[in-house]
Structures are given as structure tokens and as C-alpha cells.
Design a protein around this ligand. Sequence first.
Ligand code: SAM
Length: 162
Amino acid sequence: MSRLDSFIRRLTAQKILLEDVTARLAGVEGPVLELGLGNGRTYDHIREILPDRDIYVFDRDLACHPSCIPDAEHMIFGEIRDTLAYCGPRIKGPAAFIHCDLGSGDPTMDLATSSWLSPLIDLHTAPGGYVLSGLPLDLPNFETLPKPEGIRPGRYHLYRKQ
Ligand code: SAM
């Protein structure tokens, strides 16, 4: 598959899955955490489909489209390994939904990221809350959910905290 095809499939999967999680979120209290602002595409979509949620965005850089810069209260700069560990006083309670888009494309780096990220995700997800991640995570307190039709196996991972 060409890199163009792969990119198109990735963005299509993100859109389908973000909308799938949104449809499940009724009744789950809490903010949304967007891990990896990047260009701001998924942040922009999340704020469009979840307009009533507080969305906290994490990244070490600010490289997004100018229309997608979160306000200062909701943009959390720095290494996510540090900022996610210590963001407790700033975010308003455990998250109803965490979206992680931190894949580097390097398998060793991605394994390391999954390893430190998984316990932090567990710590910050509300009971009944959802996690959507491009990297597989080790989340023993969560069930792995089937994905909607059309998403290739291994492309994205959907979890719900018990
Ligand atoms: N979801 C974004 C979008 O739709 O435009 C794309 C995110 S991009 C693939 C990944 C982003 O995560 C990059 O902006 C990178 O700076 C950030 N990132 C990756 N690992 C990080 C880490 N350990 N701490 C902070 N930011 C990180």
C-alpha cells in the first residue's frame, strides 16, 4: 500500500472512531484529553462533535493550524510523560475520553511510549470512560472493544474502563 493510501486510511479511521466514541459518551461525565495536537486536525474534529466538553490538549510543540490553537487553560505544553502525570490539579476530574495520537513510526520508540503511557491513561480515565489510541496500550482495568466496520485490524485500539 502506498504511503498516500495508508495516510488516507488512517485519517478515515480516526474520523469514524472519534464519531463512534462520541455516540457512546452520553452519561459519562468528565473532560476529553487529546494527547498529540500535531496539526490540530483531530482536536478540531473533537471540538466540533463534542462542543459541550472541556478538551485539554497535550503536546511538546505548537505546530498546528492557527485556527486550531487551544486557549491557554486547555493547552498543556511539555513532555506528556511529565504533564499527564502532574495535570491533576488543572483538569476537572477524570476524563470521559482520552484520544492518543502519539505514534512515531519507530517500533522501539512506540513500545517505550506504550509502556509509560498505559498507567497514566489508567490513572486519568473515569470509570466507564473510553480510550482511543493509535498505539496498543496495556490496560488491565479496561475491556478492548470491537471497532466499527471498515477499520483494519491493528490500525487503532478502542478501550473502555470497567
Ligand atoms: N492528532 C494530530 C492531528 O490530527 O493533527 C496529530 C498528532 S501527531 C501524529 C503527534 C504529536 O504528538 C506531535 O505533534 C508530537 O509533537 C506530539 N508528541 C509525540 N510524543 C510526545 C510526547 N512524548 N510528549 C509530548 N508531545 C508528544
